[in-house]
Design a protein around this ligand. Sequence first.
Ligand code: MN
Length: 228
Amino acid sequence: MSDYVIEIPSVVGIPVAGTKALFPVRRIYCIGRNYAAHSVEMGHDPDRELPFFFQKNPNNLDSSGEFPYPPHSNDVHHETEMLVALKSGGTNVPVGSALELVYGYGLSLDMTRRDLQGEQKKMGRPWEIGKAFERSAPCGPVHPVSAVGHPNQGRVELRVNDEIRQEGDLNQMIWKVPEMISYLSNYFALAAGDVILSGTPAGVAAVAKGDVMAMSIEGLGRMEVKVV
Ligand code: MN
């Protein structure tokens, strides 16, 4: 066994519903523009695009129920997304067997410094500064497939201070969960512990300190996250 020259960084774990156990996270893949109405609101044509992905970091996940408003932005948006947690991986995974890789599903928010992301887009630069900042991925517990199956329809909703901001249905995803897994596995070696944020329905908008974001997906429960 090797010695490490500094203390080993901790493994990020997110809660598993109904147990005290944690799901350990290796990587986070996020799909862009996966609901047509959101793609249109961002100025794109959903019929003409292949899926594309960016990444957040495992330690951007946060199940504390609080989202600290990040520095260097005046336009921080919520994006309401179903989280998909993988228990195994592979490369070139066929669509037909892709769901066998899934451990479970949960709620997540792909919080975005939209102003910084917009500047990066204009300059043709990567999005990390707008997307992968500290605590940028509030999430709820993972619900194992054994408890919830593979949700492919059901209402997705986000209220801010009890006012509806985002609504949609899982069945409106352009690229379905097995297609996303298969597509990603053609470009990356997927592995146990990988997490996919599956895109947001329309209605993304800015939050302010003090706001309470209440997210729900039919069959996967509800979570509240306060902007502090
Ligand atoms: Mn997103």
